[in-house]
Design a protein around this ligand. Sequence first.
Ligand code: CA
Ligand code: CA
Length: 95
Amino acid sequence: MESLFAAQSAMEHRHIMKNAIVTLGTVVALTAGLAHAQVAVEDTDGNGSYSMEELMVTYTDLTEDVFAEVDTDGDGAVSMDELTAAQDAQILVVN
Ligand SMILES: [Ca+2]
Ligand SMILES: [Ca+2]
C-alpha cells in the first residue's frame, strides 16, 4: 500500500511540475507577444489603419498575398488589432 501512495505522490508531483512548466511557457509566449507588438508601424496618413504602403515601410518584403492574410476582415486596410494579431502569429516578421 505504501508504495502505491508513493507512486501516486510522484505522479502528482510530476503533474504539478508539468503545470508549472506550461505556465512558464505561457508567460514567455505573452512576453514575446508584447515584444512583437512593439514593432512600430507608422500610420502616416493618420486614418487609424495601415495600408500596404504604410506597412511596407517596416515590412519591406510585404506581398499582396501576405497583406490579404493580415487583413482578416478583408476591408482593404489593416487595423491595429489585425496588425497585432499578424505580428503575434509571426505572419509579419521584420527581416
Ligand atoms: Ca493609414
Ligand atoms: Ca482589415
